[in-house]
Write a protein that binds this ligand. Structure first.
Ligand code: AMP
Ligand code: ZN
Length: 671
């Protein structure tokens, strides 16, 4: 947008915001209306809404003339609204003396509404009503309708003139201040340089009457040379934070808003001031204890932490597999193992067959096959032998003693990731570097998982919790360790031959995806995906716009996060038998944690996962209800996954069926 055409001129490397005498209304962007002008002379526009011409009406007409205000008169609410839409007056005076002609209060509300639409926000606005003298009556109903002032009937011309002056200096001037402020914010947004606020004659306006603007000018004291200092940059960055602008605008608007609007805006501010705009608040307790425990256990970082009771972390040094040198390539895979992977591109692929066939080392075998299908070695310029060593090194650092978080879970997530990467929409959105990042992230995303939750580690004051300040402890560890394992030895460094910048991009994408598997951010990721991708996609049809949404760098990040999250907790969408097996494994891991918490007198993070009392069907129903349904609805709307949704539906019914029979086990007892 050229600044010049909007009263902003570029000179000597500075942007000048010219405060024009007489007023200048210009639109710098669709939603920012800018009005910058000095205090005098009075040149506002006034709308008089009077059903009949009488002495009061004439008094205001005369006063407008004297005050140099342009004035329109409307006789009906319809005419008033039409005229207001067209001229957008600074002041509206509505006759409130005769209710038989029209309802002044509802007209005021409608005028304010139009004002809101025209401006994009409820700023200060002068609306006055003219009423007979009724001292006993409260002004509250008038304020609630949006009137700023009550003018007691008085046709004396000087009284009308004085009223106009007071309104102009009060509400209208305040409105100009706000708009001037907006003009400057907008100029800031458009310019990398310092901003000078000058009058027409290029004189810097430090002392003038716009308090908000003065504050701003004081941030840049001294000569124009010094305005290039880093101070100015720091301040302009502070001001440029969009949320600061939004809060400022709302605060200013509140000052003259009717009570209900101001109160509603208070609530809006309360929400805006939190940092977690995309995460639901978990303050209120769910009725169901299973949901409560899952939410508490998966979505907090051990707020019920106790000191002491150090949890001894299982693998302090990355584990080096003794069989790293073992020759193994795609061609060496034993036939019975290869056979179990024949349908690895199908959703119904049975990972547990592979787990058995390869003696609990499915990640290396499935990794070799899937990475080869996606051309990962070619992309990384890495020999297959390096990839093989890397897969073996990563797999060796998964704990085979965990019932759930072992390398079979990683292989399962890798499988789901590869499946999702083949979906048309996903392919349209991602580039090869994203695919490679996703496959690597899935492979490493739970490496060295101790079989305990973040909350447990924080409560136990474990070394990892201390290292990562109780924040995304495990996910940070998985990502960091993955890169340690990869880069400590050239034999398994799959990134060794990459160009530096490409490596950095890939590394960042992998870290971002592994961190996205942290459950405290679950709703944030899902909500961002829905708001930035699903909703915009639903609103458009032409291919060009669809492509724009799918391939924007920010949206590609959201797609990748959603992809790995869905892959990570896709077990409730697997065929029933697989789903039951995973439910059994995760329950067992939770039970083991509860056992240990009791043994060590630690807080029990998820009391419902007590092996003596737990209803597994209930826990699965809660997990699906709370975490799975909405996320997969959104992912299905994007990637089109009817088979997964069908399995999810069947599985949910299965757990419901068991629960209705009051069964607590994974399966019904034999007939
Ligand atoms: P991750 O640790 O990366 O696998 O994150 C996924 C989280 O979801 C873990 O904390 C799991 O314990 C949890 N989870 C996955 N599947 C289930 C399930 N079927 N029931 C309950 N929790 C689950
Ligand atoms: Zn996982």
């Amino acid at each position: 947008m050229p600044l010049k055409s909007h009263g902003l001129t570029q000179a000597r490397g500075y942007v000048k915001v010219c405060c024009l005498v007489g007023g200048c209304m210009c639109t710098l962007s669709d939603c920012v209306r800018v009005c910058v002008r000095t205090v005098s002379p009075l040149t506002g526009t006034v709308l008089l809404v009077f059903a009949k011409e009488d002495s009061q009406n004439n008094g205001f007409c005369w006063a407008c003339e004297k005050a140099n205000f342009r004035c329109n008169v409307a006789r009906t609410p319809e005419a008033a609204l039409e005229c207001f839409k067209e001229k957008h007056h600074d002041l509206v005076i509505i006759d409130h003396r005769h209710s038989r002609y029209f309802d002044a209060e509802s007209l005021c509300r409608e005028v304010l509404l139009i004002h809101f639409y025209l401006n994009g926000f409820v700023d200060l606005f002068g609306v006055c009503c003219c009423r007979p003298d009724r001292e006993e009556a409260s002004v509250m109903p008038l304020i609630k309708s949006g009137f700023n002032r009550r003018y007691v009937e008085n046709a004396n011309m000087m009284a009308c003139y004085n009223e106009l002056l007071q309104l102009e200096r009060g509400e209208v001037l305040a409105q100009f201040k706000l708009r001037a402020c907006n003009a400057i914010f907008t100029a800031l947004e458009q310019s990398q340089e310092a901003i000078e606020i000058t009058n027409e004659d290029q004189v810097i306006q430090v002392g003038f009457n716009y308090s908000v603007v003065v504050e701003f000018v004081l941030m840049f004291p001294g000569s124009s040379q010094r305005r290039h200092s880093s101070m100015a940059r720091i301040h302009s960055m502070t001001i440029e934070a969009p949320i600061t602008k939004v809060i400022n605008i709302i605060n200013a608007a509140q000052e003259s808003s009717p009570m209900p609007v101001a109160e509603a805006l208070d609530r809006v501010l309360e929400i805006l001031r939190t940092t977690e705009l995309y995460s639901p608040q978990l303050g209120t307790k769910e009725e169901d204890p299973h949901t409560n425990d899952l939410v508490g256990g998966l979505m907090t970082d051990g707020l019920r932490r106790l000191s002491g009771n150090e949890y001894i972390f299982a693998a302090k040094q990355p584990h080096l597999p003794s069989h790293l040198a073992m020759p193994l390539s795609l061609n060496d895979i034993p036939p019975h193992v290869a056979q179990t992977m024949e349908n690895e591109d199908s959703w119904d692929f049975d990972i547990f067959n592979l787990e058995t066939a390869c003696l609990k080392r499915p990640l290396t075998y499935l990794g070799l096959k899937i990475f080869s299908r996606f051309g990962v070695c070619e992309f990384l310029s890495c020999p297959e032998a390096t990839l093989r060593s890397w897969l073996q090194g990563i797999e060796a650092n998964y704990h085979s003693t965990n019932s759930y978080h072992n390398s079979s879970h990683a292989a399962d997530v890798l499988h789901a990731t590869a499946y999702f990467l083949c979906k048309e929409r996903v392919k349209q959105s991602l580039e090869q570097i994203d695919e490679v990042a996703a496959l690597i992230a899935a492979t490493v995303h739970d490496v060295d998982h101790p079989g305990r939750t973040n909350s447990f580690l924080c409560n136990a004051g474990s070394e990892l919790a201390i290292l990562y300040n109780d924040t995304a402890v495990l996910e940070s560890h998985h990502a960091a360790l993955a890169f340690q394992i990869t880069t400590r030895d050239d034999k398994c460094n799959i990134f060794r031959n990459m160009e530096r910048n490409e490596y950095r991009t890939l590394r960042q994408a992998i870290i971002d995806m592994v961190l996205a598997t942290e459950m405290t951010k679950h709703f944030e990721h899902v909500n961002k995906f829905v708001n930035s991708i699903n909703k915009p996609l639903a609103g458009i049809g032409d291919e060009e716009s669809v492509k724009g949404i799918l391939t924007s760098p920010d949206n590609r990040i959201l797609v990748k996060r959603m992809l790995i999250k869905c892959a990570d907790i896709s077990n409730p969408c697997r065929p029933l038998e697989l789903c039951i097996e995973w439910a059994g494994r995760i329950s067992e891991e939770y039970f083991a944690q509860t056992d240990e918490e009791k043994r060590q007198s630690l807080p029990v993070v998820m009391p419902v996962f007590d092996r003596n009392t737990c209803s597994i069907p209930k826990s699965q129903i809660s997990f699906i209800d709370y975490f799975i349904t909405d996320m997969f609805d959104a992912w299905d709307a994007f990637a089109d996954l009817p088979n997964l949704m069908q399995h999810l539906d069947n599985n949910f019914k299965y757990w419901k069926g068991l629960d209705e029979r009051k069964l607590h086990s994974l399966r019904p007892p034999p007939e």
